[in-house]
Design a protein around this ligand. Structure first.
Ligand code: BTN
Length: 243
């Protein structure tokens, strides 16, 4: 559960803060910042968010399992965010494997999960969420991929309302994930799979694979129908694009 909540104006990265507090022994927490000067994205990238342009927060969470059981965690987090946004009447949010939220193929939100301890069957995780709220036009043009934000999707609620809805759904989903893993959440994920039935190219290091996306496994692996038959791909440092 969430033993503490910290809201600050500025920080390097809420994920760094969450990992630090886990190491200091807190059972779990919520860390929110108006501005991050060292925001981290996946695959070593930066997460740029000028003041108040995105909602940036991290949950610190302990799991009673080894890291291997966490493969589907980022997909589970996507399901939680998608559900909360649907409840807030943000339409047509899809999930891109393993962990982006898209609207019309433009990125609305990214998730960064970082592990700290993985010992004695327990592991500590920082679950970071960056959700675009109101991006300056200039930043939208600068980004290397299409992006969108909540203001462009007609959301007029407050950041507080947004955060409360997202965190409540996240806690529900994380508790479900602890009991039953990703499998019970899989139908919800597949119902909003951005790549369902589409030809995609997946790149991992110098390898690249092409196939039609047929869904995900109970563990959260990506299923592609390739020329060689069905293949399952596991998270990590991969990028997937529509081919
Ligand atoms: C991505 O799409 O590459 C993931 C972006 C994750 C950004 C969030 S913002 C809150 C948390 N703190 C960070 O430094 N990163 C995550």
């Amino acid at each position: 559960g969430l033993a503490e909540t910290e809201v600050v104006t500025e920080i390097d990265s809420t994920n760094v803060r969450a990992l630090e507090r886990l190491q200091q022994g807190v059972p779990g927490g919520l860390y929110v910042a108006e501005f991050q000067h060292g925001g981290r994205g996946r695959r070593g990238r930066q997460w740029l968010s000028p003041l108040a342009s995105s909602l940036c927060f991290s949950l610190a969470w302990r799991f009673n399992s080894g890291a291997a059981a966490l493969e589907g965690l980022s997909l589970a987090v996507g399901v939680a965010l998608q559900r909360a946004l649907r409840r807030l009447e943000v339409p047509d949010v899809c999930l891109k494997w393993p962990n982006d939220l898209l609207v019309d193929q433009a990125k609305l939100s990214g998730i960064l999960i970082e592990l700290s301890g993985d010992a004695a069957g327990e592991c500590q995780v920082a679950i970071g969420v960056g959700l675009n709220v109101r991006l300056p036009d200039a930043l939208l043009e600068e980004l290397d991929q299409p992006a969108t934000d909540l203001s462009r999707l007609g959301f007029t609620g407050s950041r507080t309302e947004l955060l409360a809805a997202l965190v409540a759904e996240l806690v529900t989903v994380l508790e479900s994930f602890e009991r039953g893993g990703f499998a019970p959440l899989r139908p919800d994920w597949e119902a909003v799979n951005a790549f369902a039935g589409r030809e995609v190219r997946l790149t991992s290091g110098s390898h690249s694979y092409e196939g039609v996306c047929v869904g995900v496994t109970d563990q959260g692996g990506l299923r592609l129908q390739t020329a060689a038959g069905e293949e399952v791909f596991h998270g990590g440092e991969m990028s997937v694009r529509i081919h």
